[in-house]
Design a protein around this ligand. Structure first.
Ligand code: ADP
Ligand code: ASP
Ligand code: MG
Length: 413
């Protein structure tokens, strides 16, 4: 039988009733498929574990954080396996290390290097249902690691690739991928089909519904993914290859709140400076959203970096270490910045769409701090206070919002 990976997010397992409901979904799917289940920690468990650590220390060792955080998924696998047992399915729970999810050693943000998966394959051959802890692995040095917040999606897609799965179904708390976060922008429309590239851009620029590394694995191995709601039986969003040459058009908008912008002003021009700083920052675990060098004069340039705001202290301590060596004149910084990204195949070079965005923002008197484009995205960095207004206007302009004239409009695109 073909293999299907079913991943349940935290809200989908928050109560005993929901765990039983998830088990029933597995039962139905298991009639025609071999099933591997991946789970997240229940409800707010991971957040609570974080808070527990803060009651002890504000600077815990990353290794100990991983030991703590992996406990959440362990509770879920055991309870879901028990629920499957009640339905007369033979399920076996596994931690990430038991199934050989081997990662690098970067505690709290590890990358999967390899999945051995022998025990899963053996369990499947014995007609059992493996229920695997998402979000965790074991490093080459045999330490327990986690894959970054939201990392259970990554486990699900990595297992899909290893087991050559027919499909990976991500059960979550919304009906699929929308034209913006439906919890923050209630008028957003559900998207019935989205290409791998577009989903990757959406994830990278902030749409929490699928982790960026999960999107990247799906795109690389062309794994069909369906995002669907675990609270109903509606068809979700299919992430797949979309053939044909469509006219570039905006398909969705996403955003990242709470970014940090730092500029090293008037640095003597040396070609290697930008790459040196980028290397130091990424080595230090900083997630760069943007970097550039602007020309200050013939002999000097300004080096600019945008990162998540919660990495500000890390960024500043790295920059302070190298600042003297680079002979920086002064530093400019802002903690009041965020990004909005318009996503759609080919729109990065669609001048009409770019000028439409600029015109709308200029009419709203919204100052653009930085713009970048890629093949399938246009990314605007702006002050946090303008974000909602800008997104509302762009959702309307590009018909990505349900119209009030059509209240019964299903809103699907
Ligand atoms: P899970 O716990 O199931 O992994 P997450 O909270 O990680 O769920 O992801 C689901 C959430 O992603 C939704 O509740 C929604 O608020 C958010 N989200 C952000 N952008 C989008 C989008 N474009 N489409 C759907 N959901 C989105
Ligand atoms: N439990 C982890 C978290 O809350 C992983 C996940 O939900 O995917 O980030
Ligand atoms: Mg998630």
């Amino acid at each position: 039988m073909p293999t299907v990976i079913m991943k349940f997010g935290g809200t989908s397992l928050a109560t005993p009733g929901l765990i039983i409901a998830a088990a029933k979904k597995v039962l139905r799917m298991s009639r025609k498929n071999d099933i591997v289940v991946v789970v997240s920690a229940r409800g707010q468990t991971t957040d609570k574990l974080f808070s527990m650590s803060r009651e002890i220390t504000l600077k815990p060792k990353a290794r100990e954080m991983d030991m703590l955080l992996t406990a959440g998924e362990r509770i879920s696998v055991a309870l879901l396996s028990m629920a499957l047992g009640k339905l007369k399915l033979e399920a076996v729970s596994y931690t990430g290390s038991q199934v050989g999810i081997i990662t690098d050693n970067k505690h709290t943000d590890a990358r999967i290097l390899e999945i051995k998966g022998d025990r899963i394959k053996r369990a499947l051959a014995e007609h059992k249902i493996p229920v695997v802890c998402g979000f965790q692995g074991v490093s080459v040095e045999k330490e327990i690691t986690t894959l970054g917040r939201g990392g259970s999606d990554t486990t699900a897609l990595a297992l899909s690739a290893t087991l050559n799965a027919k499909k990976c179904i991500i059960y979550t708390d919304v009906d699929g991928v929308f034209t913006e976060d439906p919890n923050r922008f209630p008028g957003a429309k559900k998207i019935s089909k989205i290409s791998y590239d577009e989903m990757l851009e959406l994830s990278n620029y902030g749409a929490q519904v699928l982790h960026p590394r999960a999107s990247s694995i799906a795109a690389r191995f062309k794994i069909p993914v369906e995002i669907r709601n675990s609270f109903n039986n509606k068809t979700g969003t299919l992430i797949t290859t979309i053939e044909g040459t469509q006219r570039p058009r905006p398909k969705a908008i996403t955003h990242s709140d709470d970014l940090y912008h730092i500029t090293l002003v008037q640095v003597p021009k040396r070609n290697q400076y930008l790459s040196q700083i980028v290397t130091e920052l990424t080595k230090g675990g900083v997630h760069l959203k943007f970097f550039s060098h602007g020309v200050s004069d013939a002999r000097k340039f300004d080096l600019s970096f945008i990162t998540p705001l919660d990495e500000k202290d890390k960024v500043k301590s790295i920059i302070n270490k190298i600042r003297k060596k680079l002979d920086v004149d002064h530093i400019r910084e802002s903690s009041d910045i965020c990004s909005l990204s318009v996503i759609g195949k080919g729109i990065g070079s669609a001048n009409k769409i770019i000028s439409d965005i600029f015109n709308i923002l200029s009419k709203l008197k919204i100052h653009i701090e930085v713009v970048t484009t890629s093949e399938s995205s246009i990314n605007i960095f702006l002050k946090q206070r303008y974000l909602n207004k800008a997104i509302h206007a762009l959702l309307i302009k590009f018909r990505l919002k349900k119209t009030s004239n059509h209240p019964v409009n299903s809103g699907k695109i």
